[in-house]
Each structure stands twice: as structure tokens, then as C-alpha cells.
Design a protein. Structure first.
Length: 199
């Protein structure tokens, strides 16, 4: 009888382990960036660039590794068997103290774009639903190319707060233009000052 109970306990343990193992497979999930989001991963070897406004004032931007560290592309887990792929860069400016952060994140809802200005206004846009999912509503548009200061940039994202300009921080640009290859290339401020990348 003891032998039979031992075999039953072993079988019960094996069944439990199999069930837990199959549940674990369902719990272990990695959410990768969609193909559409991957196109907009900015070249992180560009560590600094200049921008000039329509009054001739030049601004130096540099890659802020304190905000996004040195690892711009990673897969992170939260201890629950779910992993998200993310890509991010942040830039700071020397003269006007601008802070600009750009993040692509794969998660259960698909792939999101996050754009933040000066740690005041954060826009979250979902590539799958093609809608803003948090932050002050902005019109998000995508273009193949845009010419700025005589240079043709590719894979353009435009973020336009024109309809909600009274809701954004005074230092958040009304319009922001980002190249999926080169990063921030142009922005328009509330006071009609236009700042453009200089190559």
C-alpha cells in the first residue's frame, strides 16, 4: 500500500510540474517592436548636432546618456514573465536647456511611440490603433521625406499640438519633426520661432 501511495504521489507531482510548465510557457511573453516602429530607430552614433532658429541663434544638442543611459535598445522584464522591447534616446541642449526624449516600446497593446519635451509634456501614440493613448492630444503624421536647411531627411514623424497649444507647456514646441534616421530635425515654438537642424 505504501508503494502505491508513493507512485500516486510521484504521478501527482509530475502532473503538477507539467501543468506549471505549460502555464509558464503562456506566462513567458516577449513583446517586440513592430516592423513599423523599428523603421524609426534613431542612429545613436550621432551624439551631438546643431540647430539654428530663424533669427540666427544656434543651439547645440547632445545625446543625454544620463536620461537613457548607454543602452538605447533593450529587452526588459518585470519579474512576471513578461518582457518588453524598447528603444530610446534623449537629447539636451546647452543654451535654452531643452530636453527631448524619444522612446519606442513594444508591449501587450502593440508598439508605442513616446515623445517628451522638457519633462513636462509626454505624448504616447500607438502604431497599431494609430491613436494617441495618453498625453495631450496631438496630430501625429508620417512622411517619407522632409527637406530642412537644404538636407533631405527620411522617415519623418510630425507631432502637431496646434489645436491644443493652450494646453501644452510654454516651452513645448507646437510642432516637432523627427527623422527616423537622424532624430530631431525641426521644431516650431509657440512664439513662431522655427528651429532647424544644421548639417
Amino acid at each position: 500500500m505504501k508503494h502505491m501511495r508513493f507512485i500516486t504521489n510521484i504521478l501527482a507531482l509530475l502532473v503538477l510540474l507539467l501543468l506549471l510548465g505549460s502555464c509558464r510557457d503562456e506566462m513567458d511573453k516577449t513583446f517586440y517592436l513592430s516592423d513599423e516602429a523599428v523603421k524609426y530607430q534613431i542612429d545613436t552614433t550621432i551624439t551631438s548636432f546643431k540647430m539654428r532658429d530663424n533669427h540666427g541663434m544656434t543651439e547645440d544638442f547632445y545625446l543625454n546618456e544620463g536620461a537613457w543611459y548607454k543602452i538605447h535598445h533593450s529587452v526588459s522584464g518585470y519579474g512576471n514573465g513578461i518582457y518588453d522591447e524598447s528603444f530610446g534616446v534623449a537629447y539636451s541642449a546647452t543654451l535654452n536647456n531643452y530636453f527631448f526624449m524619444f522612446v519606442l516600446r513594444g508591449n501587450e497593446e502593440g508598439s508605442d511611440l513616446e515623445v517628451e519635451w522638457n519633462q513636462k509634456d509626454i505624448l504616447r501614440y500607438n502604431f497599431g490603433s494609430k491613436k494617441n493613448i495618453s498625453g495631450i492630444p496631438a496630430k501625429v503624421s508620417f512622411y517619407d521625406t522632409l527637406r530642412v536647411q537644404g538636407v533631405l531627411y527620411h522617415k519623418i514623424i510630425e507631432i502637431d499640438y496646434s489645436k491644443h497649444r493652450d494646453k501644452i507647456d510654454y516651452n513645448t514646441p507646437v510642432k516637432t519633426y523627427i527623422s527616423g534616421e537622424k532624430g530631431l530635425i525641426k521644431f516650431e515654438k509657440r512664439n513662431n520661432v522655427i528651429v532647424e537642424r544644421v548639417e
